[in-house]
Design a protein around this ligand. Structure first.
Ligand code: GDP
Ligand code: MG
Length: 370
């Protein structure tokens, strides 16, 4: 297999060079949008299946006590299996770690009780994250990435100002067009923020995607009739203050005109749970279908997402783990969140960037589902 990394000012140029060097059957392995251009990694020949991603396995190899009891038995060496008991985590320890990572105590205890009901009071560290994720997924539902079941599939991205809406639009656009080969159109309905049009224009230029601007209802109709030829239409919206009824009413008008298939609400993961739940309730009349926690890389107490999920009836679909387009967007994963929350070392000693980069970069190819 030959692998080639190509940097170019636009996707079209990068793809032309990839095809020239690797032939028409080149497979895109990864892509990143950077100021001034795009970087595409492509391969020719059979691509070996990626090894199963098990972050804990690697981490434990460096630090055998990373998920085991603080002074518990070491993992048995080969041949010692009869003498040393397998490492276990007491449910009480699990509850303590969840609380240390920001999960409300009453919720952590309820999760601990569900875990104990299913697996007893001592759980293997290997089993604990998936077992807890199963409980959470049972309550909140399985994350559902955007699919292309209709043509065009229309996705409206909404949220408070600065919550990462335009970045999410760019990430989804790049992932669908580059990795899935879908045709994507962008609509900018943010005529409020200075520079909003230029920001999306820059992404559209690099990705070689059509962009339509719509400041009024008439312009929106015209934009949609042109954009509607694509598989996917991503609509960026102005930031709305959850306390401003005028902002919310305007956004609702936009949502009613578009009748989108999905409405993704961006919310920084650093927002306190009361504020976040309030924001969700204020945006709900728009027909929000999914929450997208953003700035997860900046959040110290990520267990807060578990608190939020318990308070709102809207499922998480993606999470944004950094500003980079498109690799810092992944389908939301309860198991990854729980793995983070079960780390023995609490913030700030456990470097958040590593976790975020790991989750973001490794999931990029599986992020969008049809
Ligand atoms: N660290 C971090 N920065 C982000 C993330 N998402 C967006 N940003 C940055 O946050 C700023 C505001 O993002 P933008 O998409 O313009 O927000 P909007 O006002 O909601 O459209 C920009 O500088 C983005 O690069 C994220 O997940 N993590
Ligand atoms: Mg914006």
């Amino acid at each position: 297999m030959r692998i080639k990394k190509v940097a170019a000012p636009t996707v079209a140029e990068a793809m032309a060079r990839v095809r020239a060097e690797l032939g028409p059957d080149a497979v895109i392995l990864n892509s990143s949008v950077r100021p001034g251009g795009v970087e595409v990694t492509a391969a020719r020949g059979e691509v070996a299946a990626a090894p199963e991603h098990r972050p804990e396995a690697g981490r434990r190899a460096q630090n055998p006590a990373a998920v085991g009891p603080a002074h518990g038995p070491a993992r048995p060496a080969a041949g010692d299996a009869d003498r040393s008991p397998a490492p276990v985590l007491a449910v009480e320890t699990i509850v303590g770690r969840l609380v240390a990572h920001g999960v409300e105590e009453v919720l952590a205890r309820a999760l601990g009780a569900s875990l104990a009901d299913r697996h007893g009071n001592q759980v293997s560290p290997d089993l604990a994250p998936s077992a807890l994720a199963e409980v959470l997924e049972g309550e909140a539902g399985r994350p559902r990435p955007v699919g292309l079941e209709a043509r065009p599939t229309v996705v409206l991205v909404a949220g408070p100002s600065g919550s990462g809406k335009t970045t999410l639009v760019a990430k989804l656009a790049a992932q669908f067009s580059l990795l899935q080969g879908a045709s994507v159109s962008l609509v900018n309905a943010d005529s409020v923020r200075a520079g909003a049009a230029a920001q999306l224009e820059a992404f559209a230029g690099i990705l070689d995607l059509p962009l339509y601007h719509a400041a009024t209802a008439g312009e929106l109709d015209a934009a949609m009739s042109q954009a509607g030829a694509a598989d996917l239409v991503l609509v960026d919206s102005p930031g709305a203050n959850p306390g401003n009824l005028m902002h919310l009413a305007q956004l609702r008008g936009l949502a009613e005109s578009l009748a989108p298939h999905r409405v993704l609400l961006c919310l920084p993961a650093t927002t306190g749970v009361a504020e976040a739940a309030h924001t969700v309730s204020r945006f709900q009349p728009l027909g929000v279908t999914d929450l997208v926690p953003t700035r997860v890389d900046e959040a110290a107490y990520r267990g807060n997402l578990i608190n939020l999920s318990a308070r709102v009836a809207v499922p998480f679909s993606y999470w944004s783990l950094g500003p980079h387009v498109p690799e810092d967007l992944a389908v939301f994963s309860w198991e990854k969140l729980v793995r983070w929350c079960l780390r023995e070392t609490a913030w700030p000693a456990a470097a958040p960037a590593t976790g975020a980069q790991e989750a973001g970069s490794r999931e990029v190819q599986g992020v969008a589902g049809r």
